[in-house]
Write a protein that binds this ligand. Structure first.
Ligand code: FAD
Ligand code: NAD
Length: 467
């Protein structure tokens, strides 16, 4: 039986990063993955394929609606649906092959199969051919991720009532789709399908899209997506869905209790994700779960079994790939006796609609609730020269800062390239840079980043020279 210093179960962005860091630090490392490819949700059915389809459909929508204004004319534009999904699959394959290479390069022993704890030290692995392998390890890191959740009355049958995973593997363009949930998956999927001409309806329980983010971001996104043709119904509680054979039907009621039903080709359930611990055999270990099903960990990400650690979606918190990656490095370096740190308040959130939405730190709603005083510096993309040149004038940057010391409290962006712009705001918050200092450095002209400079300037109490 093979023995390891550190064994990681699950090869998503939490698991593969933990395995690589472990090997880099000289530990004999194993990685167990039940699927045939490495990379977990993010690489196979999450971050990467959605962004591939978002990019393709963005180009298509630009060609349809915006090229003419740029003076680019052509005839006979059409979408090759098969090629769209083939390219997406190729992008995923390039990434999973890259992970295979990294495992070989770092001499990590990869076991394909489902890992099940027999006790705190031993794991059984059953592969696709039902062959069993047993290993022993000093330490384990559980990184088994999450699966789509659903709501009472809605059974996911993967045929007409589907999740993002099935939506990413469509064989033909649906005529219509109803999305339950206007959170991150809901709005990204709505963008993909709306751009290719599918009739999209979002049913959201809250009074805003992407309701966990600063409210102004969601309300602006609602206007933009509505203008583009997505039907958005807020404050609607879905309570039942039915597969009708060639269509699916959803039942919902608004705040006043008025009942409605809608039919479409597909119903996509995007109401959150739940931690995944099935088949892990945790009952054979000292690992305990919280009441919400997440693996219980302390601030060292150590479970209630002292040699078993857990990271990523399976421990809850922000279910994001970069959060899982940070925890992966953190946990291995802690095991190694180093002193890494993670600042959970400084993890950025990004939504890859167009325009993109990105955020770090406190929202206005949180500051109000906590009765914390703040300055607001808000600047629109519409008066930025680069945005005008690129016809990307939707959106704004909103900087929230401390009125006394100028420290940044939150930065919220909806606008072109927000996903990349947010990185410098994260640095500002992490290192407690003031809005004045953020504004006092030079930003290249013409760039979208100048919108940030203006918002920092205004948050620091100075007027902008551009508005
Ligand atoms: P996962 O990536 O879920 O990986 C867990 C792995 O463990 C899986 O491969 C699973 O097969 C394996 N496993 C489970 N049990 C066992 C077992 N017993 N034995 C062996 N293997 C096992 N996040 C972002 O930050 N940015 C995005 O743009 C983004 N887009 C997303 C889009 C979609 C449609 C979805 C669904 C998610 C998206 N996410 C995004 C979220 C992101 O995918 C997750 O936060 C991330 O994958 C979590 O990583 P993880 O390592 O914790 O788990
Ligand atoms: P979410 O929590 O973002 O959104 C779920 C939405 O469903 C909420 O707005 C909720 O109010 C709504 N809802 C719940 N019950 C409802 C009902 N009965 N009727 C109508 N609406 C209802 O979850 P998600 O969009 O499924 O995403 C899951 C996870 O995946 C998230 O944690 C997210 O972080 C991650 N993810 C991230 C990205 C990204 O980083 N760009 C992209 C996709 C997914």
């Amino acid at each position: 039986m093979e023995e390891f210093d550190i064994t990681v179960i699950g090869s998503g962005p939490g698991g593969y990063v933990a395995a690589i860091r472990s090997a880099q630090l000289g530990y004999k490392t194993a990685l167990i993955e039940k699927y045939s490819t490495l990379g977990g949700t993010c690489t196979n059915v999450g971050c990467i394929p959605t962004k591939a389809l978002l990019d393709t459909t963005h180009h298509y929508a630009d060609a349809l609606k915006r090229f003419e204004n740029h003076g680019i004319e052509f005839s006979d534009l059409h979408l090759n649906f098969e090629q769209v999904f083939k390219r997406k699959a190729d992008v995923v394959t390039k990434n999973t092959q890259g992970l295979d290479f990294l495992m070989r390069k770092n001499k990590i022993k990869v076991f394909q199969g489902t890992g099940t704890f027999l006790n705190n030290e031993f794991v059984k692995i059953i592969n696709a051919e039902q062959q069993e392998t047993f290993i022993r390890s000093d330490k384990f890191i559980i990184a088994t991720g999450s699966k789509p959740a659903t709501i009472p009355g809605v059974t996911i049958d993967k045929k007409r009532i589907i999740t993002s995973t099935e939506a990413l593997a469509m064989q033909e363009k649906p005529k219509s789709i109803i999305i339950i949930g206007g959170g991150v998956i809901g709005v990204e999927m709505a963008s993909i399908f709306n751009r290719i001409g599918t009739k999209v309806t979002i049913l959201e329980y809250a009074d805003n899209l992407i309701a966990a983010m600063d409210q102004e971001l969601g309300s602006t996104l609602t206007k933009i997506l509505t203008k583009e043709g997505v039907e958005i119904k807020l404050q609607q509680a879905v309570y039942k869905a039915e597969n009708l054979g060639d269509k699916a039907k959803v039942y919902f009621k608004n705040k006043q209790g008025a009942e409605q039903e809608l039919t479409a080709d597909y119903i996509l359930v995007a109401v959150g994700r739940k931690p995944y611990v099935n088949s892990l055999g945790l009952e054979n270990t000292n690992v305990e779960l919280n009441t919400n099903g997440t693996v219980k960990v302390n601030d060292q990400l150590q479970t209630t079994a002292s040699n078993i650690f857990a990271i990523g979606d399976v421990i809850g918190g922000a279910m994001l790939a970069h959060k899982a990656e940070e925890e992966a490095v953190f946990v291995v370096e802690r095991i190694d006796g180093q002193k890494p740190h993670i600042n959970y308040d400084r993890i950025p959130s990004v939504v890859y609609t167009w325009p993109e939405v990105a955020s770090v730190g406190a929202t206005e709603e949180e500051l109000k609730k906590r009765e914390i005083k703040y300055n607001v510096g808000k600047f629109p993309f519409a008066v930025n020269a680069r945005a005008r040149a690129g016809m990307e004038t939707d959106g704004f940057v909103k900087v929230l800062s401390d009125p006394k010391y100028g420290e940044l409290l939150g930065v919220h962006i909806i606008g072109a390239r927000a996903a990349d712009l947010i990185a410098q705001a994260v640095i500002g918050l992490e290192y407690e840079v003031t809005a004045k200092d953020m504004a006092s450095v030079c930003y290249a002209h013409p760039t979208y980043s100048e919108v940030l400079k203006e918002a920092y300037t205004m948050a620091s109490g100075k007027p902008s020279v551009n508005i």
